[in-house]
Design a protein around this ligand. Structure first.
Ligand code: UFG
Length: 329
């Protein structure tokens, strides 16, 4: 009786594997290590290196292990990269979902928790964003994930495979002891970049866009702590295993912080100056993204423990200080 975690060596995947192990689950990780780090995978998980687009690789896992449920993270997730190379996203993300659902059908595994994204909504029609709002992605990354949601919907209708799509807003932070954390190459995300500047491995922060219709002209985002996010996956899995129906949930804090507010908070948390300069807008950035996460709180019983940006930044700072060069240290 084990949980299969494709993409369990990635940032959110590795924190979820860690929480599953802490809660006593048997965990099997499948990862091709294209962007993930073997060092981030809890040593009590069983690890298979390979690609989920390879049906033989999946058959080997399903034949060797008794898999009851899946938490699926294996995907590319860099928005600007997806604009330049959309087919990579439709191949790896969307294509990977086809092979995975086919293998689930072959091996009679009927529960999947899926790592979806606020990017499936595109430019929000209203704030805060509700699960029932229209989904019109503005980039191939969001489109690839929306297609994956739709595949699961029809796989449920046809084969009875139950799914939960968790639509993340902005994820940050690290395990509180700083033993695992965020390490992308190249790094594009706001919090790790701010902390690289604080640490001195990067010169300055560029604030992309200062003329948005927001409180201080910079983009507003809704941040959720990666460990709280991991816990939401486990709640969602338990609900499906008990016979829950297929659903989608937003995961965010329901509070928005501007990029300037994030910078100021990081200056307070780290005690560092953190040089920054105003820069032009980055293509494809929506002005404001804030989630209505009422449904996750009510239906899943999700209660985030680190529901403030200070905790998120402080835990990421602990990780950054312990691992100045990420998993290379
Ligand atoms: N930003 C800067 N300077 C930087 C990096 C980022 O000003 O050097 C700004 C961005 O322009 C944006 C904000 O910081 O306004 C947050 O940017 P991130 O790249 O950290 O995150 P995004 O909001 O672009 O995207 C993240 C995930 C996506 C997901 C989205 C949903 O990376 O996968 O959240 O909210 F779709």
């Amino acid at each position: 009786m084990a949980i299969l975690v494709p993409g369990g060596a990635g940032y959110i995947g590795s924190h979820t594997v860690d929480r599953l192990i802490e809660k006593g689950y048997d965990v099997v990780v499948a990862d091709n290590l294209a962007t993930g780090h073997l060092a981030s995978v809890n040593k009590n998980a069983k690890f298979y290196e390979g690609d989920i687009r390879d049906a033989d690789f999946l058959d080997k896992i399903f034949n060797n292990e008794k898999i009851d449920g899946i938490i699926h993270f294996a995907a590319n997730s860099i928005v600007p990269e997806s604009m330049e190379n959309p087919l990579k996203y439709f191949d790896n993300n969307t294509g990977g979902m086809i092979t995975l659902l086919e293998a689930m059908q072959r091996h009679n595994v009927n529960n999947i928790i899926f790592s979806s994204t606020a990017a499936t909504y595109g430019e929000p029609e209203s704030i805060p964003v509700k699960e029932t709002d229209s989904q019109v992605p503005t980039n191939p990354y969001g489109e690839s994930k929306l297609m994956m949601e739709k595949m699961m919907k029809w796989a449920d209708v046809a084969y009875g495979i139950k799914y939960t799509a968790l639509r993340y807003f902005n994820v940050g932070g690290a395990k509180m002891d700083g033993s695992i954390g965020e390490d992308h190459g190249p790094e594009t995300h706001l919090i790790p970049i701010i902390l690289q500047v604080a640490q001195g491995t990067r010169d300055k922060l560029q604030i992309f866009g200062t003329d948005y219709p927001t409180k201080d002209g910079t983009n507003v985002r809704d941040y959720v702590h990666v460990v709280d996010l991991a816990d939401a996956h486990i709640l969602a899995l338990d609900r499906l295993m008990k016979g829950g129906e297929s659903e989608a949930f937003n995961l965010g804090s329901s509070t928005g912080f501007s990029n300037r507010e994030m910078l100021e908070t990081a200056r307070k948390v780290t005690g560092k100056e953190i040089p920054a300069e105003d820069a032009p807008r980055r293509a494809g950035d929506p002005s404001t993204l804030v989630a209505d996460s009422t449904k996750a709180r009510e239906v899943l019983g999700w209660k985030p423990q680190h529901d403030n940006v200070e905790d998120i930044i402080a835990s990421a700072w602990t990780w950054t200080q312990k691992h100045p060069h990420g998993y290379e240290d």
